[in-house]
Design a protein around this ligand. Structure first.
Ligand code: MF3
Ligand code: CO
Ligand code: CO
Length: 268
C-alpha cells in the first residue's frame, strides 16, 4: 500500500493535461445531452473525440479490475436511480432524466477522471436540488484539502453536509488516488470522522466523487456486473474532480472552459 507523490514538474504537467482533457470531453458532450439522444451516441462522440482529437485513450474501455468483466464502453452514464458505472446503451434520454457522465482519459500515461450531472430538458425541483447539492457536497470535501489535513476531514465534511440536506451517502464506492494508474491508494471515503485516516501531503493526487442518494444509502448491483442502483430506487447524483495537494491547499486538475463555477462558499 503506497501513495504515489507527483512532485516532478513533468508529472504535475502530465496530470494537469490529462485532467483538462477529461473535463473538455464533458464540455464537448454538453450540447448533445438532450431528450432523444442515446447514451450510446454520447459514448461514440466521447470515444472519437478522445482518440481522434485529443490523441488520448478512454480509460474505462476494457477496464477490468479483479472480479469484474471488462467494461465495454468508453464513458459511464448513470441515469436517475443509477448510482454509478451505468453502461451506455440504445435507450434515448427523456425529458426530466438526470444523468451522470463520468469521463476518464489517459494522456501520455497520466489519468484524469471527472464527472458531472446533467438535467435532461426540464427536471423536477427535487432532481435539480439533488444535483446542485451534490455538487456542493463535492466542493465541501475539496476545500478541506491541504497539507496536514486528513482524509477523514474530507469525508466528514461531505457526509455532514449531505445528511443535513436529508440525503444519504453511498458507502461502497469512494474516491481514489490516481496517476499512472486509474485507481491507486488511497481510498477517499465520502463519510467519516475528522482527524482520522491518512494525512495529506503535497504531491498527492486523488479524486473526490461523492454519490448522494435522495433516499436510503443502500445499493445493489445489476446483472450486467457493473451498473449500481439505489435499492429503494430513489434518485442518485454524483460529481467528480481530480485534485492535487499543493504546498498551501489544493489545485483542481479537472477544470476547463465549461466547468461550472465553484459554489459561493469556496474562497477565491
Ligand atoms: N470513472 C470511475 C471512477 O470515478 C470508474 C469507472 S470504472 C469503469 O472511479 F470501468 F466503469 F469505467
Ligand atoms: Co474516479
Ligand atoms: Co470517474
Amino acid at each position: 500500500m503506497t501513495i504515489t507523490i507527483k512532485s516532478a514538474a513533468d508529472d504535475l504537467e502530465g496530470m494537469r493535461v490529462a485532467g483538462r482533457l477529461a473535463s473538455e470531453v464533458l464540455d464537448m458532450l454538453t450540447p448533445h445531452v438532450k431528450p432523444g439522444v442515446t447514451t450510446e451516441q454520447l459514448d461514440k462522440l466521447a470515444h472519437d473525440h478522445i482518440v481522434n482529437v485529443q490523441g488520448a485513450v478512454p480509460a474505462p474501455l476494457n477496464y477490468a479490475p479483479p472480479g469484474y468483466t471488462p467494461y465495454p464502453k468508453s464513458i459511464c452514464t448513470s441515469i436517475n436511480h443509477q448510482v454509478c458505472h451505468g453502461i451506455p446503451n440504445d435507450r434515448p434520454l427523456k425529458n426530466g432524466d438526470i444523468v451522470n457522465i463520468d469521463v476518464t482519459v489517459i494522456k501520455d500515461g497520466w489519468h484524469g477522471d471527472t464527472s458531472r450531472m446533467f438535467v435532461v430538458g426540464e427536471g423536477s425541483i427535487a432532481a435539480k436540488r439533488l444535483c446542485a447539492l451534490t455538487y456542493e457536497a463535492m466542493w465541501k470535501g475539496i476545500v478541506k484539502v491541504k497539507p496536514g489535513a486528513r482524509l477523514g476531514d474530507i469525508g466528514h465534511s461531505i457526509q455532514t453536509f449531505a445528511e443535513s440536506q436529508g440525503f444519504s451517502i453511498v458507502r461502497e464506492f469512494c474516491g481514489h488516488g490516481i496517476g499512472r494508474k486509474f485507481h491507486e491508494e488511497p481510498q477517499v471515503l465520502h463519510y467519516g470522522r475528522p482527524g482520522t485516516l491518512e494525512e495529506l501531503v503535497p504531491g498527492m493526487t486523488f479524486t473526490i466523487e461523492p454519490m448522494v442518494n435522495a433516499g436510503r444509502r443502500e445499493i445493489r448491483e445489476m446483472g450486467d456486473g457493473w451498473t449500481i442502483v439505489t435499492k429503494d430506487r430513489s434518485l442518485s447524483a454524483q460529481w467528480e474532480h481530480t485534485v492535487l495537494v499543493t504546498d498551501t491547499g489544493y489545485e483542481v486538475l479537472t477544470l476547463s472552459a465549461g466547468s461550472p463555477p465553484p459554489p459561493a462558499f469556496v474562497g477565491v
